[in-house]
Design a protein around this ligand. Structure first.
Ligand code: PLP
Length: 402
């Protein structure tokens, strides 16, 4: 933004990435669906091609939409602004963003990656399965210093973690990693609640499918980082084609002006629901940073601006009780994903973290009786009425079976 005084975060959610509107004479972002761009001057075209393939953000001629698209570039500028980074590179999904980052590490000669569990099931799987040619070692956050090797390319953390809501100390991990870059998957926090780059993280990753998009209608992923680090990420995107489509970019940008409002409202609801869940007889334990019931809950005060909109809870009665709650909700949707305006409930062991082996799930607290709730912006009392009748249904089912 071109103001001389710092502009508040909420104002930036509304205006960021829209700086070119005055010159375009528009009030909503145009969607540029061109796949290719006329090359009127071959020398300019060749220089532009070279610049974009080398990972430069823009060039005199966009050349081809796999190399550059103005609608995508607009939402990238907005998200870099919100994360406090110089650059942002957008992809067709959060998994495409992580794949590109690992590809960039591999291109730069990296062989080894340190990963703190738990993290999203498919991220864990991608790192563990060997597809990227990198050797992933899963460690505890406090083991990082001793595990760094000469060929360690990256430290991967997710905080709050999916699905347990464990928090990881970003500053401590950055310090322990030394010269090795740290990527923080900050999907659960959003830049409203946490800006990892300002705490020293070299890369901030989002599944933008979640809160950033916010309406359950776009799959997208982004990496926010310095301009220097963005160049190899764009190179990998150009080479592998993991692009964000301009229509998706438009929708993502469309969701940003309400990001802070949505997160604040959903978080207020989550606090109410978490407190009620913790007192419900069907619930063995409610995991929510705002209740102080997750690993490193105190970090809410030092690296976040609030405990967020996700809750995990363990039911008495294991898998059968969890299945009953999923089948009994009427207002909430039993579905994977999170961060939408509406409330979603899902079973990590049976769905999002199914790709992990049972021992890994057990070691990270992903039990058969664990459900994850992504609280939306509906009225908290309506949400609680729906959830409590589903919990009561699970209690009755267990009582009958006993
Ligand atoms: N990171 C986290 C924390 C997630 O929850 C997810 C998806 O649920 C991803 C990454 C992957 O994102 P996408 O589904 O957009 O590929």
């Amino acid at each position: 933004m071109s103001t001389s005084t710092p502009t508040a975060f909420e104002t930036r959610t509304v205006h960021a990435g829209r700086e070119d509107f005055a010159s375009l004479g528009v009030h909503a972002p145009p969607i540029d669906l061109s796949t290719t761009y006329p090359v009127a001057d071959l020398d300019i075209g060749t220089a532009s091609f070279d610049a974009l393939v080398a990972g430069q953000a823009t060039a005199a001629n966009p050349i081809y939409a796999r190399l550059h698209n103005p609608t995508v570039a607009r939402v990238e500028r907005a998200l870099a602004d919100l994360e406090g980074t110089e650059a942002c590179v957008a992809y067709g999904s959060g998994m495409a963003a992580l794949t590109a980052l690992l590809g960039a590490m591999r291109l730069q000669g990296g062989r080894h990656v340190l990963v703190v569990r738990p993290l999203y099931g498919t991220s864990d799987h991608l790192l563990a399965c060997g597809l990227t040619g990198l050797d992933a070692e899963f460690v505890q956050a406090d083991e990082i210093t001793g595990k760094i090797r000469g060929d360690t390319a990256l430290v991967v953390i997710e905080t709050p973690a999916n699905p347990t809501l464990d928090l990881v100390d970003i500053r401590a991990v950055v310090a322990a990693a030394g010269n090795v870059p740290v990527v923080v998957d900050s999907t659960f926090a959003t830049p409203v609640l946490q800006q990892p780059a300002l705490l020293g993280a070299r890369y901030v990753l989002h599944s933008a499918t979640k809160f950033l998009g916010g309406h359950g209608d776009v799959i997208a992923g982004v990496l926010c980082c310095s301009e220097v680090d963005a160049a190899p990420l764009r190179q990998v995107r150009a080479a592998t084609g993991g692009l964000l489509h301009p229509l998706g970019a438009y929708l993502l940008h469309r969701g940003l002006p309400t990001l802070a409002l949505r997160v604040e409202r959903a978080q207020a609801n989550a606090m109410i629901i978490a407190e009620r869940l913790a007192r419900h007889p069907a619930v063995a334990k409610a995991f929510y940073p705002g209740l102080g019931t997750v690993r490193n809950s105190d970090l809410v005060k030092t690296q976040m601006r609030g405990p967020g909109c996700l809750i995990a809870f363990e039911l008495h009665g294991g898998h059968a009780a969890a299945a009953c709650v999923m089948a009994s909700v009427r207002l909430m949707t039993p579905a994977v994903s999170l961060g939408s305006v509406d409330t979603l409930i899902q079973h990590p062991a049976g769905l999002t973290h199914r790709v992990l082996d049972e021992a890994t799930r057990a070691a990270t607290g992903i039990t058969p009786g664990l459900l994850r709730l992504s609280v939306g912006i509906e009225h908290a009392d309506d949400l609680w009425q729906d959830l409590s009748q589903a919990l009561d249904a699970a209690s009755s089912m267990l009582a009958k079976a006993a």
